[in-house]
Ligand binder design. Structure first.
Ligand SMILES: Cc1cc2nc3c(=O)[nH]c(=O)nc-3n(C[C@H](O)[C@H](O)[C@H](O)COP(=O)(O)O)c2cc1C
Length: 404
């Protein structure tokens, strides 16, 4: 992919790797992009704006108020033309400000003003990078759909060895190309996704649940949003921040999830049931905490919860319409055979078969099976990657249904 016609705004922060901005500009311009540089005040301690101005062939900006051009509001005017905001190198300070919504200079204000994709390439000392505060800020930003190019291991400018060296400019430019070539083929489509576990309460403080983290369902929600879908995410309890600009419906129990799915499924073009809904819930719920004395030798009586997927996929409103239904199957044995049976029984278009090893992890190894029984084995990859592969299949499935 070339970058012709793309305005890339490069935010440069005050770190030793600031000099690599020069190489980034060279590569971006070679790819055809127009590059506009925003430097923090501290970045100017490391590198002359004149160098970046000369290489980018555009003015360099850093002052929010007394700007170097005639823009009355540079953060808004730059945001309007921006196809992608790249912050490289990104300091711990600027990452922290972005994660907290602090907008006290041009770059951090611009970060809040852009509606384009944002890519952050951190670079810092390894102790700074692995500091839990910095990691927490990165995690928070990822939850808001901000993209990262992870730094590399190697010798650092401070003389130490570890993780924190700015990713190679080539790798950063490849990631930019990947982000800018993203398809928006789900524009106008309503995508209903369930995620996370459910909590089935015995009393006000105790519940039955499972190890689901919600990571897979949230990755699918992000992928569907990136492709332009109108996403409704119905999620059981999870620590993950929902992606911005989606409809988010938090629930607790299998009953809550059923109620919300039945409220929303009619308008959905695609229904993806990634939640690990508890199969059982206690027959009796005690309003008061069950006392430990009373619970000695207690027998817990459970009832089956309703099978939300079957209920939805067998409804006339779904059968007669061109909806795509996707389910997940978690098995400990005979994974493919059991998943195929479930796919057929529940009238799904796709089923994602996975083992228990993926619980809580960012990675998983799954197989995606379609209506005809074709199995595609996906090796151990990130859940974001699995979500992309699944979305490709759903897009194709929607095309086939609409052509029929
Ligand atoms: C010599 C020197 C090198 C520095 N290198 C880095 C670095 O690589 N990464 C980083 O996060 N901070 C680094 N810092 C600290 C930042 O410059 C400092 O946190 C500053 O406030 C960042 O401002 P900015 O985010 O507005 O650019 C360095 C400081 C000095 C004095």
């Amino acid at each position: 992919m070339n970058l012709y016609g793309k305005n890339i705004i490069l935010g440069v922060c005050g770190g030793i790797a600031a000099y690599k901005a020069a190489e980034l500009i060279r590569l971006l311009k070679k790819g055809g992009a127009d590059v506009w540089v925003v430097m923090t005040e501290k970045a100017k301690e490391f590198l002359s704006p004149l160098t970046l101005q000369t290489l980018s062939e555009n003015p360099v900006y850093s002052d929010l108020f007394h700007n170097e051009c005639n823009y009355p509001m540079p953060h808004i005017d730059l945001a309007k033309k921006c196809h992608l905001l790249l912050i490289a190198p990104a300091t711990a300070n600027t990452i922290g400000k972005c994660a907290s919504g602090i907008a006290d200079d041009l770059l951090s204000t611009l970060f809040l003003s852009v509606s384009s994709s944002v890519l952050i390439a951190p670079a810092m000392n390894n102790n700074m990078y692995t500091n839990p505060v910095v990691q927490e800020n990165i995690k928070k930003l990822k939850g808001f759909n901000v993209n990262f190019v992870e730094p590399e291991f190697g010798e650092l400018a401070c003389g130490e060895y570890g993780e924190g060296r700015l990713a190679e400019p080539d790798a950063i430019v490849s990631k930019i190309k990947e982000l800018l070539s993203e398809k928006k083929n789900l524009t106008g489509k309503n995508i209903l996704i369930t995620a996370g576990p459910t909590h089935e309460y015995l009393d006000p403080i105790r519940f039955i649940s499972n190890l689901s983290s919600g990571k897979m369902g949230y990755a699918i929600a992000r992928a569907a949003k990136r492709r332009g879908g109108n996403v409704i995410l119905i999620s059981g309890p999870s620590n993950i921040s929902p992606p911005p600009s989606i409809q988010f419906i938090p629930v607790k129990s299998a009953d809550d999830m059923r109620r919300e799915v039945l409220n929303e499924y009619k308008k959905a073009d695609v229904i993806i049931m990634a939640a690990a809904v508890s199969d059982f819930s206690p027959i009796r719920y005690s309003d008061k905490k069950i006392k430990s004395k009373e619970s000695e030798g207690i027998t817990l009586k459970l009832k089956k919860t309703s099978d939300i997927l079957s209920e939805v996929s067998n409804r006339q409103a779904v059968r007669s319409q061109k909806k795509i239904i996707v389910g997940f199957a978690l098995e400990t044995d005979n994974i493919i055979k059991n998943a195929k049976e479930k796919l057929k029984k529940k009238n799904m278009d796709f089923i994602v078969a996975n083992s228990i090893n993926g619980f809580g992890s960012d990675l998983n190894k799954v197989a995606i099976i379609d209506r005809r029984g074709t199995v595609e084995d996906i090796p151990l990859v990130s859940k974001d990657k699995i979500a992309e592969i699944l979305m490709d299949k759903i897009e194709k499935g929607l095309k086939v249904k609409y052509v029929k």
